[in-house]
Design a protein around this ligand. Structure first.
Ligand code: SAM
Length: 237
């Protein structure tokens, strides 16, 4: 029986893939990844492009950006069926995931759908570099030390949510921050936290940008933006 490999490819710099991930990517009969928008190559496809030296079939799988569960389930089923065509004929498939594959990844839905339809399917996951770790490295700061408490919010739907987390966390990481950035900035200003807040856009890509929040009340940000707030900065042990 062939295997579906879920491969973490890192956050932008192609060299952030692990040796194991790279080997499995190169050995697979087909490479899958989330399709880009409007026919453009998706982010994962762009990252692995230097590693796809020879002719491997590619599967650009559609995972629409909608909240309607029926549409999503249909998309997961379709993606699972496409991957299964390879697996059932004994061909391994490597699914390339931006960042780490277990960290807010569409791969989870693909794997669950395949397992429901084909309980014997073989799936293996290769871990990798997440965006909070990549952003901390870019900023040259530790994400956490000693007993510090870290809060990671995948998306912020109300500003009150942030208020309650500010009360207990030492470091906060906000993903998908673009749409709510202005409100977050106002809250961080009110709490006197702008001095220890940074935003990293497209971390580890050649065009990566770092913004110190101090003088940035508004920013036009891409989807690949992450905000780090150090509430209690560490002092040396
Ligand atoms: C669906 S999550 C995917 C997370 C990904 N699997 C990971 O390991 O980081 C997408 C969010 O992760 C963050 N993100 C992922 N890659 C990023 C990068 N290279 N630079 C900045 N933020 C990134 C952004 O906040 C983005 O909205």
């Amino acid at each position: 029986m062939a295997t579906l490999y879920g491969i973490s490819i890192g956050t932008g710099d192609p060299e952030l893939i692990t040796l194991k991930g790279l080997r499995l990517l190169r050995e697979a009969s087909a490479i899958a990844f989330p399709a880009g928008i409007n026919g453009k190559p998706g982010i994962a496809q762009q990252i692995i492009e230097p590693w796809l030296a020879y002719q491997q079939p590619t599967l650009a799988l559609e995972f629409p950006y909608v909240s309607d569960r029926n549409i999503l389930v249909q998309a997961w089923q379709k993606a699972a069926d496409r991957v299964w065509q390879y697996l059932k004929n004994g061909h391994d498939v490597a699914f390339a995931c931006e960042g780490d594959i277990s960290f807010y990844s569409t791969f989870t839905y693909l794997a669950q759908t395949l397992q429901e339809k084909h309980p014997d399917v073989k799936i293996e996951v290769v871990p990798g570099v997440t965006s909070p770790c990549a952003a901390a490295a870019t900023l040259g700061i530790p994400l956490t030390v000693r007993g510090q408490r870290l809060a990671i919010l995948p998306a912020l739907y109300s500003i009150d949510e942030l208020d309650s987390i500010l009360a207990w966390a030492d470091t906060i990481v906000l993903l998908k921050v673009a749409s709510i950035y202005k409100k977050v900035w106002q809250m961080l200003k009110a709490k006197n936290l702008l001095e220890s807040s940074w935003l990293v856009e497209r971390a580890t890509f050649p065009e990566q940008k770092i913004y110190h929040l101090r003088d940035r009340p508004s920013l036009e940000l891409s989807y690949f933006s992450i905000l780090i707030v150090q509430i209690n900065r560490s002092s040396p042990p």
